[in-house]
Design a protein around this ligand. Structure first.
Ligand SMILES: [Zn+2]
Length: 102
């Protein structure tokens, strides 16, 4: 288990706060808001297509290259996402922030 910190929009706080990103190995497992403690589980591999379809529906008004790619290739997405997070935490946090804000 390892932990990264990233700024994400918290639905409970209604603003951008520091979130702990919990990794099991190289896979993102959950996030936790450091302000209010709101916990979000990242769904298991098998649940991912359903989760992404739901997420895409909720944010359908925004162009979502990232999530489209994930929907088309969930396994490849899971393999590459943690690396992308570690290499470009600011950039990815910004993309996630713009997604979760709407
Ligand atoms: Zn919060």
């Amino acid at each position: 288990m390892s932990t990264e910190i990233a700024e994400l929009h918290c639905e409970t706080c209604q603003r951008v706060t520091d979130h702990e990103l919990h990794y099991t190995g190289r896979l993102l497992e959950s996030t936790r808001c450091t302000e209010c403690g709101a916990h979000l589980d990242v769904p298991a591999r098998d649940m991912l297509p359903t989760y992404l379809a739901d997420l895409e529906q909720r944010v359908a008004s925004k162009p979502l290259r990232l999530w489209r790619r994930a929907g088309q290739d969930p396994r490849g997405f899971l393999r590459t996402l943690p690396g992308a997070v570690l290499r470009q935490p600011r950039k990815l946090a910004g993309e996630l922030r713009s997604i979760f804000r709407h």
